[in-house]
Write a protein that binds this ligand. Structure first.
Ligand code: PLP
Length: 401
């Protein structure tokens, strides 16, 4: 079978809820992936930051094999010898007191929402069923009905109603809007420190710090969605660290599973996550020993291979170079660490055609929304490979000008 055959099968049998680039991948190693014809590509997306450690990391292969032979799933009806260690290691790494494990990012966002609501009723004293959560326009927090209830993207919402009430949406980066939206019923403010899916939107300097201060002043929980930005992507452990902001709750996922396994978690203090009693929330696969063994190794790799430091250094190198590209199509180049976006002018004909062209040159990346090309290579990438990628990006901009 060749690429065309696989594509035809997928078109025929798969729900068409994605519009992938036509690279049919079959193998990955580090920053590289290969398609079924043996063509080699540099992965400049990293599974939306789920593969920060690079593809098929040898240490993860070993851990997966060892743990797969020993024990994979207990459910939390019983205890296992991996979850307590992951829980402690996550708290040691992040400075939080407690953690609740899930699988997908969306599930851990749901966890944060449920936690904030319960906290509002049990601790803050909000009247029953009145809790409000403030979110930002252009947010992306996942795909469940509750989460798309406060999305402002019609594509994510159309025909999926009726929606979950209890959410208020304000403009992103607008501190006055936050101040005005808070009421005595406000439980939490849920925010992405960088809006990646919206097009790598970085809020104005001081925004997160001021938002956190206003939340604290009003006894409102500040919840950071660091599913994509966390664990090093932006050159700090958390993107909030750039402003020395300590959220009340942090949600992580994606690279926590090292590209091997869906693992997500909600981190917080004892006062907040302590609101849960047995049976009130859970997941069959959440905290399973295979997931935990993978996540423990994924975290060790991030630390021991200094991926956070590399994201900072390599990211600013790439950003500097990209900013030097002269093209009438480019509106702005922006980024933080190795999360970088090139926003094109509306008349550039959309980001997709640039991604298609880059693919022909061996670089896999994706547009986000119409006009932004997103670059997010694995955090293990070296300068020489970035410079390889840069040459191709520069060439494609020349070609399409
Ligand atoms: C990917 C992502 C999610 C959702 O994670 P899933 O694992 O796809 O459910 C939520 N928030 C942000 C910021 C993300 O990037």
């Amino acid at each position: 079978m060749d690429s065309r055959d696989y594509i035809l099968l997928e078109e025929l049998y798969s729900a068409q809820n994605y519009h992938p680039l036509d690279a049919v991948l079959t193998k990955g190693k580090g920053i590289w992936v290969w398609d079924v014809e043996g063509r080699k590509y540099l992965d400049f997306l990293s599974g939306y930051s789920a593969v920060n450690q690079g593809h098929c990391h040898p240490r993860l292969i070993k851990v997966v094999k060892d743990q797969a032979k020993r024990l994979t799933l207990t459910s939390r009806a019983f205890r296992n010898d991996q979850w307590p260690l992951l829980a402690k290691e996550l708290c040691d790494l992040t400075g939080f007191d407690m953690v609740l494990p899930m699988n997908s990012g969306a599930e851990s966002i749901e966890t944060a929402i449920k936690t904030a609501r319960k906290w509002a009723y049990k601790v803050k004293g909000v009247p029953k069923d009145k809790a409000e959560i403030i979110a930002c326009a252009n947010n992306f927090h996942g795909r469940t009905v509750t989460i798309v209830s406060f999305s402002t993207e019609s594509l994510y919402r159309n025909d999926f109603g009726p929606f979950t009430p209890g959410f208020v949406v304000i403009p992103y980066g607008d501190i006055d809007a936050l101040r005005q939206a808070i009421t005595p019923y406000t439980a939490a403010f849920l925010v992405e420190p960088v809006q990646a899916e919206a097009g790598i939107l970085i809020p104005p300097p001081g925004y997160l710090r001021e938002a956190k201060r206003i939340c604290a002043e009003n006894n409102v929980l500040f919840i950071a969605d660091e599913i994509q930005t966390g664990l090093g992507r932006t050159g700090r452990l958390f993107a909030c660290d750039h402003e020395e902001v300590r959220p009340d709750m942090v949600v992580i996922g994606k690279s926590l599973g090292g590209g091997y396994y869906p693992v997500s978690a909600t981190l917080s203090t004892r006062q907040i996550l302590g609101v849960f009693k047995p049976g009130e929330h859970g997941s069959t696969f959440g905290g399973n020993p295979l997931a935990c063994a993978v996540a423990r190794e994924a975290l060790r790799i991030i630390q021991e291979e200094k991926l956070i430091e590399n994201a900072a250094v390599a990211g600013s190198y790439l950003l500097d170079r990209l900013k030097k590209i002269k093209s009438r199509h480019i509106k702005e180049v922006r980024g933080l660490g190795l999360l970088i976006g090139i926003e094109l002018k509306p008349e550039a004909g959309g980001a997709r055609r640039f991604c298609e062209e880059l693919k022909k040159d061996g670089l896999l990346c994706r547009e986000t929304h119409e006009n932004v090309i997103r670059f997010a290579p694995p955090l293990i990438i070296k300068q020489k490979d970035l410079s390889w990628a840069y040459k191709r990006i520069k060439k494609v901009f020349k070609q399409l000008s």
